[in-house]
Design a protein around this ligand. Structure first.
Ligand code: NAD
Ligand code: MG
Length: 401
């Protein structure tokens, strides 16, 4: 890539957003920041604006916009402040923008991410919930507009790196089998409770669940990693990104998180991508593809890693992974319902309204109640499915208390 790339970072105050700006700051000659967005943490957003001087900063409402304007004025920063959903779409689609980092957490990230795809941007996709909620619509939009889709989730970035170039860039022109691929081996750390006594899982607290052994991440994805719903969402993500059938995806628990995923070819070759677990590697790859740039990530020290272990996932311990596979096989709006129910369950758990082992119980209940009533043939239908699942989950929670 030669010309300077102009970047919007959706969710710049989060874990992925911060790592993105760290990589960008190392290559000021190659990337310019057009817009930054955040829902909370206005001081952090103001500081990012001071450092990167974007044209726009976007927040959720008028009050936050006013507060941010005050902070920017104090700092002598020229960034213009916008607010609301329409503004998120505006900065994701502006003609000057060449790349959009989609790093808002949850279903809230779907609309601006979809808008970026429709506007034929290079989409750096961290927000996996977009694919879980509206995978077909999103991939159709990418294919129709000619947008470039670069997966940022570390596993999918690894798979992208080791797939044949023709398939990774145009996954819907042929099947995985036609590309010589037998299956995808999606690695999982197994989370913080992989070896904890099963009967003590009922006592898991939010503080314990957000402490991931290998990765430092936002709170929602950290809880998802503990329940392994994160891996379930990633199976669905891999299905859409790589045109992979559920049976072509095998989850492999690999507690060291050094191998970020693998692809097995028809001839028996297995190609893997390895590295120090640090999201700046996939972010730098997405920003600079097909070139490579320095990311600030520590060299992999295999001597101190020492060994790599593998085991099969334990579906009794992690019913969320089973539920995600079932929703993917069911098709239609089932994965949208799964995602919405999971977001409500995780928020309730973090709020201490729901026990850790009740998270999958709530999700299974919502799936059983809602899916029959939901359609998936349009964005509106999927948003209705999402809303119905949230309402059903809230009612279930209210009935428990
Ligand atoms: P985070 O919670 O640290 O940050 C989320 C960002 O989204 C923040 O900037 C926040 O202000 C913004 N946001 C939250 N709610 C919003 C709303 N309603 N409207 C607009 N903006 C809102 O999350 P994260 O860990 O950076 O994860 C971001 C996304 O990337 C998630 O979809 C996650 O699954 C995915 N991801 C993260 C990692 C990781 O290492 N953190 C790895 C792989 C994938
Ligand atoms: Mg991941």
């Amino acid at each position: 890539m030669s010309a300077i790339q102009t970047l919007t970072v959706l969710g710049s105050t989060g874990s992925i957003g911060v790592s993105t700006l760290d990589v960008v700051a190392r290559h000021a000659d190659q990337f310019r920041v057009y817009a930054l967005t955040g829902a909370t943490q206005l001081e952090k957003l103001a500081e990012q604006c001071r450092q990167h001087a974007p044209r726009y900063a976007v927040v959720l409402d008028d009050q936050a916009a006013e507060d941010l304007r005050g902070l920017l004025k104090q700092a002598g920063c020229q960034t213009e402040v916008l607010c609301g959903e329409a503004a998120l779409e505006q900065v994701a689609t502006a003609p000057e923008v060449t790349m959009v980092m989609a790093a808002i957490v949850g279903a809230a990230g779907m609309r601006p991410t979809l808008a970026a795809a429709r506007a034929a941007k290079r989409v750096l996709l961290a927000n996996k919930e977009t694919l879980v909620l509206a995978g077909k619509l999103f991939m159709d939009a990418v294919n129709a507009s000619g947008a470039e889709l670069l997966p940022i989730d570390s596993e999918h970035n690894a798979i992208f790196q080791v797939l044949p170039r023709a398939h990774r860039e145009h996954p819907y022109r042929g099947t995985l089998a036609q590309a010589g691929v037998k299956r995808i081996l999606l690695t999982a750390s197994g989370g913080p409770f992989r070896t904890r006594a099963l009967e003590t899982l009922v006592d898991v607290t939010p503080e314990e669940a957000v402490k991931h052994p290998n990765w430092s991440m936002g709170r929602k994805i950290s809880v998802d990693s503990a329940t392994m719903m994160n891996k379930g969402l990633e199976v669905i993500e891999a299905h859409w990104l790589f045109n992979a059938a559920p049976d072509e995806i095998t989850v492999v628990v690999h507690p060291q998180s050094i191998i970020h995923s693998m692809v097995e070819y028809a001839d028996g070759s297995v190609l893997a991508q390895l590295g120090t677990p640090d999201m700046r590697t996939p972010i730098a790859y997405g920003l600079s593809y097909p070139q490579r740039v320095e990311s600030g990530v520590k060299s992999l020290d295999l001597f101190s890693v020492g060994r790599l272990d593998f085991e099969a996932p334990d579906l009794v311990r992690t019913p969320c992974l089973r539920l995600a596979f079932e929703a993917l096989r069911a098709g239609g709006a089932a994965t949208a319902v799964l995602n919405a129910a999971n977001e409500i369950a995780v928020a309730a758990f973090l709020d201490r309204q729901l026990g850790y082992t009740r998270i999958p119980v709530l999700i299974e209940e919502v799936l059983a109640t809602c899916v029959g009533d939901c359609k998936a043939d349009s964005l509106e239908a999927l948003q209705q499915a999402d809303a119905l699942a949230r309402l059903t989950a809230q009612r279930w929670l209210a009935a428990q208390s």
